[in-house]
Ligand binder design. Structure first.
Ligand code: 5GW
Ligand code: MN
Length: 354
């Protein structure tokens, strides 16, 4: 033993110590990033054990902490809805009435103190839809949660003052008017991107981008939360993919080949985590602009780009057509509740002459 000790010269010892020190620094560096960056903020568990110093590493969408006290109906593993499909082939839930327990979900998300941003555009005569949209959002959209609605409009004076519950607020963002829908449409994604970059980062967790010509009729809440959230278009959900109105010209960046496509999603509602929606908005805007340079406008403008995006970047949660119906459509039996629906509008009356 003592013979071996002699072999450890002073230099060897120094090298070993240096390596150990480097490993220590590396370890604490990785741990800090692991804790703060990848897995989100520290959140205390919701089980009342707040005096303990420990914290649970929570990411809103995969670490779900339930209260020990809530009683709820036993979930079944063999009985459930059989009239609709409730999961995608890539295993994202498809949200239908009867597939989730709203009290349970709210009890999971409330202690996380999440905030939800909502954007809505009301350019030109579309301001007339704002009042109903905002009033019904108060009644049905994330009730009991922190909600910040951003109204983008060229007519700020026409924004109706709606009484909002505590923790909920509205911000009017002035934007230039336009007579061209193409411009309004292109700018929507750009404005969403800038809003996330300049105002929302570090303040909000989730964002939903919604059409203004619609009203809430039923709950839209925590069941809709996911990293990337898309809504099935009510007009095509029983159709073969060959009938989906995707952009079919190769020249467009929104091109979807025949024989491809999962669902047809609507442009009137989408959302998710800030970073995911930021990426979506950025991609769609860039593609929209690339098309415009070539003189191409996709079949359904940003809806086409959204569908192309969602084909490649699969949504982690899909909302059934309950989440965007159309008032003129009779309700189908599998749609047990209409939560959000587009109102019937007189196009000649509200749209600018193009
Ligand atoms: C829409 C179509 C043609 C010309 C202008 C518009 C338009 C849309 C407008 O003048 N002002 C406006 O604020 N928008 C925003 O874009 C609204 O938030 C609207 O809900 C959204 C999508 O347009 P929609 O609702 O007319 O499209 P559809 O497919 O729901 O009928
Ligand atoms: Mn609409």
């Amino acid at each position: 033993m003592s013979f071996k000790m002699h072999l450890l010269t002073g230099r060897t010892v120094a090298v070993i110590l240096l390596v150990l020190l480097l490993l220590g620094v590396l370890y604490s560096y990785i741990w800090r990033h692991y804790r703060d960056g990848i897995f989100g903020q520290e959140v205390r568990p919701a089980d009342g054990s707040s005096s303990r110093v420990d914290f649970t590493i929570v990411n809103h969408w995969f670490h779900l902490v339930a209260s020990d006290y809530l009683e709820y109906q036993q979930p079944s593993i063999v009985q459930g809805r059989t009239d609709v499909v409730t999961v995608t082939p890539w295993l994202a839930p498809i949200v239908w009435e009867g597939t989730y327990n709203p009290q349970l979900l709210d009890s999971i998300y409330r202690p996380q103190n999440i905030s939800i941003a909502a954007t809505v555009f009301a350019v030109g005569k579309y301001t007339k839809f704002l009042r109903d949209f905002l009033e019904t959002a108060e009644q049905h959209f994330f009730v009991g949660f922190k909600v910040h609605v951003y109204v983008f409009t060229d007519r700020p004076k026409e924004v109706h003052q709606v009484k909002m519950a505590a923790g909920r607020q509205l911000t009017v963002v002035p934007v230039p008017g336009s007579n061209r829908w193409q411009e309004i449409s292109a700018r929507r994604m750009e404005l969403i991107q800038t809003l996330i970059e300049e105002k929302l980062q570090n303040h909000m967790d989730y964002i939903f981008c919604l059409d203004v010509d619609s009203k809430f009729h039923g709950r839209w809440g925590t069941e809709s939360l996911g990293a990337l959230v898309a809504v099935i278009h009510p007009g095509y959900y029983k159709d073969d993919r060959s009938k989906f109105p995707y952009e079919r010209r190769h020249e467009s960046t929104a091109y979807v080949a025949p024989g491809k496509g999962d669902f047809y999603y609507c442009g009137g509602a989408f959302g998710g985590l800030l970073q995911e929606v930021h990426r979506l908005a950025n991609t769609c805007r860039t593609n929209f602009e690339a098309d415009a340079k070539k003189g191409i406008e996709a079949a359904w403008q940003e809806e086409s780009h959204l569908n192309r995006y969602m084909l490649i970047n699969k949504p982690t949660k899909v909302l059934s057509p309950e989440y965007l119906w159309q008032d003129f459509k009779p309700r189908n039996p599998e749609v047990r509740i209409i939560r959000f629906s587009g109102v019937i509008k007189n196009y000649a009356d509200i749209r600018p002459n193009v």
